[in-house]
Design a protein around this ligand. Structure first.
Ligand code: TXA
Ligand code: MG
Length: 324
């Protein structure tokens, strides 16, 4: 289907991708249209194996090649000079391409059989939480795409680590399951996007658009605040006498997720305590979506520590909360 110009969503070890032939301008423009994606936000191009890199890239820089040796196939994306065979819209006018080799067996077999470079952004309407189940993909895109492979994967649950490998030192543009520490074990000079001059901000146009936002308002809370009972209006107004009548209605429309249990457990519309930060990351987007399905107004999310995939989760939480 993809080789014939169609749009097919498939699972990967991160989130579902919405795949199309990266050399077919019609198919690529349908991706932007069906997602409602701004045209200045380039797409990641997926290939089955590192040795096929020339399908999408003009050159594998030294740092890209080192990072792919260490982490591919897997949740890493390297930005390198693009091949002229790709259609221009894939790169949104940049001279580079974001290249990824997923480890998920289903994704690999799709890519192998297609035999072409496959542009695949996350399979969600632009701005919404990424889809980590096929049901969520259909929730956003049913009627707009040709097919979805109905098999869930999503070992990591958050999108791949994106690293700009075009300059002297690799620059982490989007955190993911491969952490900055992991990158530095391979290339010690690797740096993060926020630590470099703003001139490189233009290198990852996706960073400026709103992302991962459910309809409900997301509020981030720190570890120490999780135990606090008066998380809604009563405390702020100081009318503690009204607590018994106000609290239940205030909390009826509140969801909570985090690593600690919330002490207002009983009054919350939804309460989810994750076993560890890996499970938090893996199920975060689905929790946001299920909270929207239950029509909650507010989602309280505990802010995790930066260990492991924690820093990627911190990034997605901040975006889901609109940086507020
Ligand atoms: O895990 C993932 O990476 C998933 C799965 C499907 O592979 N894909 C994904 O794609 O998250 P998307 O389109 O949702 O995010 C792509 C990110 C955006 O932030 C975009 O700006 C950035 O990669 N990007 C794409 N091409 C780029 C380029 N040439 N230079 C810099 N950033 C680029
Ligand atoms: Mg996305």
């Amino acid at each position: 289907m993809i080789a014939q110009g169609g749009l097919c969503a498939f699972p990967t070890e991160t989130v579902f991708g919405l795949g199309a032939d990266a050399t077919d301008p019609g198919a690529v423009s349908r991706i932007f249209e069906m997602k409602g994606r701004p045209a200045d936000n380039p797409l990641i191009v997926h290939i089955a194996s590192v040795k096929d890199w020339s399908l999408a890239a003009q050159e594998l820089t030294e740092s890209a090649s080192k990072l792919l040796d260490a982490f591919a196939p897997g949740p890493i994306t390297v930005v390198v000079p693009r091949s002229p065979d790709l259609c221009e819209a894939v790169s949104a006018g940049l001279e580079t391409v974001a290249l990824r080799i997923p480890s998920c067996e289903i994704a690999r077999s799709v890519l192998q059989q297609a035999g072409i470079p496959v542009a695949a952004p996350s399979a969600n309407r632009s701005g919404r939480p990424s889809g980590t189940t096929w049901e969520s993909v259909l929730e956003d895109l049913d009627g707009r795409i040709d097919a979805v492979l109905c098999q869930n994967s999503g070992e990591h649950g958050l999108e791949s680590t994106v690293v700009d490998c075009t300059g002297k030192n690799p620059v982490l543009l989007r955190p993911g399951a491969v952490s900055l520490d992991d990158l530095r074990k391979v290339i010690p000079s690797a740096t993060v996007h926020s630590q470099v001059p703003t001139s490189v901000a233009g290198r990852s146009p996706g960073l400026k658009h709103p992302h991962y936002q459910p309809s409900a308002q997301v509020i981030l809370i720190q570890f120490s605040e999780v135990a606090g009972v008066q998380l809604a209006v009563p405390q702020a107004t100081g009318h503690s006498a009204q607590l018994p009548t106000q609290l239940p209605t205030q909390l009826t429309n509140v969801a909570y997720c985090g690593l600690q249990p919330h002490s207002s457990h009983e009054s919350l519309a939804m309460h989810r305590q994750f076993r560890d930060v890996k499970e938090y990351a893996r199920e975060f987007y689905e929790f946001l979506r299920s909270a929207d399905r239950c029509k909650v107004d507010t989602i309280l999310c505990q802010y995790p520590g930066p260990e492991g995939i924690g820093s990627a989760l911190q990034d997605r939480l901040q975006r889901a909360a609109g940086h507020k």
